[in-house]
Design a protein around this ligand. Sequence first.
Ligand code: SF4
Length: 319
Amino acid sequence: MITAEGSAQQQLHAQAAAIRDRVFRRSVVVRGVIEIANFCRVNCDYCPMRRDNTRQNTRYVLESDAILSAARAIRDAGVNVVVFQGGEIPQTTRVLLDVLPKVRQLFDDRVEILLGLGVKREAEYRALKERGADTYIVKHETADAVLHRDIRKQDLDVRLNAIRTLLRLGYRVGSGCIVGLPGQALESLADDILLAHSLGVHMCSASPFVPTADTPIAGAARGSVSRTLNMIATMRIVNPAWLIPTVSALEQQSAGGQGAGLRAGANVITVNFTPPDKRRDYLIYGGRRHIVGTEHVRRQLNMAGLVAGGSAWVGGAAG
Ligand code: SF4
């Protein structure tokens, strides 16, 4: 399935989209993301926010006021999933412990707060949950333990243990992988799906590898969009109830890529609400990324015949 092309690929995507439509009734979860910090203590070879990349990185951590005003914009856009994303640094815990209850208040408590802030101590995960966090994404990135250590300078188990801890604490948890990393075997992509499945996560993503300036692997070949779409479709077939995003990197690598993700069975799309003066400093994909706006999302959903929906979990919805 992961290598499907031509009519076999069309069939695969159609089958996955039909499963998505049956389980989620053609409704796609729309999230709003606020990128709260743009630097990191980890040193992943593919990421321009890595520890060693100080050359291009104008560091920021958003303060409470900026976060609240972005959260207000998300609410006013009718979106009820607020994503806080940033590099893996301890400072984000302090900021969010202060601001999360205020964000919940803004939404009269009818909101899902999703964090994507990397590995933290169990006590921090616990405190953030007590202050209002519901869901957490910490991607395993690649299930190949040797490649993982080589490219992320960290053992795969660090992330797997974080996922297990978050699940034990009662978070709904997302994982995800990068498709097309240098040295990544085809079989390990299958392992990526099986690993996430065996962990019992609720959400999983696949993103194409984007070689980026000022990283040690800037000269490597980019990941295949086609194969990433096949990963999305295969994930949907293996786990019909997963939330699976169509990521902005698909659009950046290929115009219409996010629409193709929806047609391959994805059911989540994220609008960027980072304060405009900070978006350029958030160096994911080297600042050349596709910034997803509400109009783009509306067009993608219309073209795919899908409708915008809210959190899968707010208001007693099943999942
Ligand atoms: S990919 Fe994530 S963990 Fe790795 S350096 Fe970038 S922000 Fe840090």
